[in-house]
Design a protein around this ligand. Structure first.
Ligand SMILES: N[C@@H](CCC(=O)N[C@@H](CS)C(=O)NCC(=O)O)C(=O)O
Length: 202
C-alpha cells in the first residue's frame, strides 16, 4: 500500500527522500501530497503530523516519520533492492559524514533564502547572510576534497545540496572554483533518481 509523503517539489530535503525511494526501488509505494511549509506560516494539517511544521513527513502505518534522514533510513531498512546506507565500518561513517556536510550546506542555504524571502527587509541583516554564505563556501570546498565513490546517502545528499544551489543560488559560481565537484555533479545528475527529482517551482 502506498504511503503519503508530505512534500513540495522545490524542497531539497524532500528530493533526498524521493531520490532514495528511486534508488531503493520503492518510488511506487510513495504518494506525494503537497504541503505548504513556511517558517512564519501555519499549516495545521502539517503541524498535526510534524510538530516542527517541516517537510518531508512520511505517513507510515506506524505513524508519521520525519526528518529526511530518518525517512531515508526507514526506506533503506525495508528495501530488498539496492541499499544506500553502507552497513558498517569506515564506508558507513564516510557516507554519514558526507550526508551531514551536504545537509549542513542545505541548512545554511535555507536560512539564507528565508532571510531574504520571509523576513521583512528592515529586519534583514547582511552579517547573518554573509555568515551563512561562508558556511556554504566552506562546505563546497570540503566537498571538492571528499567526493563520493558510490551511490550512498552521502552522494545523494551531495546531489540534492548542489542541485539546490544550482536552483536557488545560481549567482554562486561554485563549478569554476571546484571543478572536480562540478564534474562529479554532472555525472551523478545523470542517474534517474536525480534527473527524475529535479527541483521545479510548485
Ligand atoms: N532537517 C529537516 C529540514 C526540513 C526543512 O527544513 N524543510 C523545509 C522545506 S525545504 C521546511 O519545511 N521549512 C519550513 C520551516 O522551516 O518551518 C529534514 O531534513 O527533513
Amino acid at each position: 500500500m502506498a504511503m503519503k509523503l508530505l512534500y513540495a517539489p522545490t524542497s531539497p530535503y524532500v528530493r533526498k527522500v524521493m531520490a532514495v525511494a528511486h534508488e531503493t526501488g520503492q518510488i511506487d509505494f510513495i504518494e506525494p501530497v503537497f504541503a505548504l511549509a513556511n517558517p512564519v506560516g501555519t499549516n495545521d494539517e502539517l503541524n498535526a503530523e510534524n510538530p516542527l511544521g517541516k517537510i518531508p513527513v512520511l505517513i507510515t502505518k506506524d505513524g508519521p516519520l520525519y526528518d529526511s534522514l530518518v525517512i531515508c533510513e526507514y526506506l533503506d531498512a525495508r528495501t530488498h533492492g539496492h541499499r544506500v546506507f553502507p552497513k558498517d565500518g569506515p564506508p558507513r561513517w564516510k557516507a554519514l559524514r558526507q550526508h551531514a556536510l551536504a545537509d549542513g550546506l542545505l541548512d545554511a542555504a535555507l536560512l539564507t533564502r528565508y532571510e531574504k524571502v520571509s523576513r521583512p527587509p528592515e529586519f534583514q541583516w547582511d552579517v547573518w547572510r554573509e555568515a551563512q554564505l561562508s558556511k556554504i563556501r566552506r562546505a563546497l570546498a570540503a566537498m571538492e576534497k571528499d567526493l563520493p565513490e558510490e551511490a550512498t546517502i552521502g552522494a545523494i545528499g551531495y546531489g540534492c545540496a548542489l542541485g539546490y544551489i544550482h536552483f536557488r543560488f545560481s549567482d554562486i559560481d561554485w563549478r569554476s572554483a571546484h571543478p572536480l565537484l562540478g564534474a562529479w555533479f554532472g555525472a551523478f545528475s545523470e542517474r534517474p533518481s536525480m534527473h527524475l527529482t529535479e527541483p521545479r517551482e510548485a
